[in-house]
Design a protein around this ligand. Structure first.
Ligand code: AHE
Ligand code: ZN
Length: 375
């Protein structure tokens, strides 16, 4: 198949707000500095549903969504020396070129090399490798894992050991790494007190990061009572359901009382801007740090009284857990294989590619952490 166009199945999003449609697509061979991957498994993330809904300012159609995948390298273009045919790989929506201003700064995992074209649904040369019914189909987040074959930039892919089962390890492509990285890479986090708002895949991964960092108090917050059991299993010392609070107390007041002045660190994994405000204001005066992780609806803005920051609380955010994918993913896979980072437990639902739309329904049901699609 090397050098030839491959015809395979993919879930195409023809337009916003419509279910995905399973189509035969043509996947062109990788050009220079590109990698063609046989995608074996992919998770479904809320961001896929968000972009499909039409609310993502960067969303464009038709497109092949999916960004939480695992697969095997089928062929590589000229100039690719970081992965080879047969490697087990995870596509990276946060690329790492190791050469740009961002990558060399030592201050961020964001990479400047492919992000502009990626945001337009294109590979770095400004074109796409997908065609269906004679039309060009856009690529999503540099990954497009809802296709049996996909082409990505060589900067957007990392090889992992084939000891890690891809039907689980695919989840390291987004949710798990985002939560686990966000917590474990927070400066000064060891032994501190932590609150996590939103107990889904990301929230649970923050909790397990907090457990790994020996955080002394780990408070999980969610309005779904079913999440208490999940949260405790993944390291929470306390669970608070804001719906069950005494009538005269806000969640912020409640948490501040509970922790003698507020948390050292809080994390938002909801994407709700009111929750983000609570997460900031539940931080301890003088030093509390709140990290925003959730993706807020288009147009939403955060607010607080500036006094909250004047008095020493810090508002920050991170993408993909602050993880540099090519450099750090192998270490995260090690954490998975040695039992520090739980991944298998997250797969509560599975679907075939044919039934990928059911996977979106699964995700929106209250008992789902992740649905993995067998491609
Ligand atoms: N495209 C949106 C922003 C979406 C967004 O914030 N994406 C997150 C990842 S969501 C993973 O499920 C992110 O990491 N963004 C950083 C980046 O470089 O995209 C918009 O508002 O335009
Ligand atoms: Zn995601």
């Amino acid at each position: 198949t090397e050098g030839k166009t491959i015809t395979c199945k993919a879930a195409v999003a023809w337009e916003a707000g419509k279910p995905l449609s399973i189509e035969e697509v043509e996947v062109a061979p990788p050009k220079d500095d590109e990698v063609r991957i046989k995608v074996l498994y992919t998770g479904i993330c809320h961001t896929d549903a968000y972009t499909l809904s039409g609310k993502d300012p960067e969303g464009a159609f038709p497109i092949i969504l999916g960004h939480e995948g695992g697969g095997i390298v089928e062929s590589v273009g000229k100039g690719v020396d970081n992965v080879k045919v047969g490697d087990h790989v995870i596509p990276l929506y946060t690329a790492e070129c190791k050469e740009c201003k961002f990558c060399k700064s030592g201050k961020t995992n964001l990479c400047g090399r492919v992000r502009t074209t990626q945001g337009k649904g294109l590979l770095p040369d400004g074109t796409t490798r997908f065609k269906c019914k004679g039309k060009d189909i856009l690529s999503f987040m540099g990954c497009s894992t809802f296709s049996q074959y996909t082409v990505v930039s060589k900067f957007s892919v990392v090889t992992i050991t084939d000891k890690a089962p891809l039907e689980k390890a695919c989840l390291l492509g987004c949710g798990i790494t985002t939560g686990y990285g966000a917590l474990t890479k927070t400066p000064g986090i060891d032994n501190s007190t932590v609150a996590v708002f939103g107990i889904g895949c990301v929230g649970l991964s923050i909790l397990q990061g907090a457990r790994a960092k020996n955080c002394s108090r780990i408070i999980a917050i969610d309005t779904n009572p079913k999440k208490e059991e999940w949260a405790k299993k993944f390291g929470a010392t306390d669970f608070v359901n804001p719906k069950d609070l005494p009538k005269d107390k806000t969640i912020v007041e409640y948490l501040i009382e509970m922790t003698d002045g507020g948390l050292d660190f809080t994390y938002d994994a909801t994407g709700n801007v009111d929750v983000m405000r609570s997460a900031l204001e539940a931080c301890h005066k003088g030093w509390g740090v709140s990290t925003i992780i959730g993706v807020a609806p288009a147009g939403a803005e955060i607010a607080t009284r500036p006094f909250q920051l004047v008095t020493g609380r810090v508002w920050r955010g991170s993408a993909f857990g602050g993880v540099k994918g090519r450099t750090e993913m192998p270490g995260i896979v090690e954490d998975y294989l040695n039992g520090t980072l739980w991944v298998d437990e997250f797969v509560t639902h599975t679907q075939s590619l044919e039934d990928i739309n059911k996977g979106f329904d699964d995700m929106h049901a209250g008992d789902c952490i992740r649905c993995v699609v067998n491609m």
